[in-house]
Design a protein around this ligand. Sequence first.
Ligand code: TXA
Ligand code: MG
Length: 326
Amino acid sequence: MVAPAHIEHAVAVLRAGGVIAFPTETVYGLGADASNAAAVAKIYALKARPSTHPVIVHLAAAEQLAQWAREVPASATLLAARYWPGPLTLILRRAAHVLDAVTGGQDSVALRVPSHPVAQALLHAFDGGVAAPSANRFGRVSATSAAHVREEFGAALDVVLDGGDCEVGIESTIVDVSGTQPALLRPGGISLAELEQALGAALGAIGTDAPRAPGTLKAHYAPATPLMLVDPDMVPELVRSFARQEKTVAVLSFSTMRALVPGLAWVSAPADAPGYAHALYANLRLLDASGSDLIVVERPPPQPQWLAVLDRLTRAAAGSGPPDTP
Ligand code: TXA
Ligand code: MG
């Protein structure tokens, strides 16, 4: 775990306008003082992220919500009380002081109270908002361990707080409560059914605000190796046909299917959605590092509990390949 001295040091770096990496229960974040535009600009530079793409402000507790949002609708109060601290991000109308550097110039702000004990310790000690996107280069696979963060950014980061492997493993669920009807912008650790039950109402469709949320870009969360999402019964034939062409294939399977061709990079992921999500980015990194020509992912079933995983896999397939391919 992280010693108090490390938290103090990270807080000092934040106060001085620096950038740190820290764990959350979803994925690692790249954090800067949300009230310091120059510090937030450093995150964008490190990630090579377009400046119009807004970042989430992380807070220690739900009570701080009203300091960052100028309107707190009943739906926000309800969801915050139920899920914070936890893997939920709320989009609200921003308070006047919230920087354009954080919101990408929009009138809304994304807020989240993470539950990871290291994130909690950091945010309580800092006593302000920490602007943080996921700790990966723009469009690439998120980091779920401190080692992944170092792989992405190497010596460019002075402080990487090591909180172990992230429990959820995929990014937070994003709900926009700034409009007339709450809408799901990004599926995540909290299921649609759970949210609708909590709200007592249906949520607006995913992606209605697509251009505002780059996590909803078609190509995202992608490895450098081309990735194909393939129906289970098609996997054996595809793998064998690539083997005949002397192409190396790396496979991410989830069922009882076992390695079909000797010598393949083969990962059998847990067959339950939370377990699969927990290991997803580590698995993609592992398969990406295998030096194979192609990553074949056995498509998980089209059931509601797989929504967030299928969302990430579909975008990974769309955006995969070397950085110079569109
Ligand atoms: O689990 C998470 O949410 C992680 C951890 C570190 O908290 N963070 C994360 O940040 O995934 P990032 O930047 O990779 O994704 C945040 C998403 C982006 O798709 C962004 O466009 C969207 O939130 N977002 C941020 N502010 C927004 C706003 N005002 N309106 C709509 N979408 C917004
Ligand atoms: Mg991200």
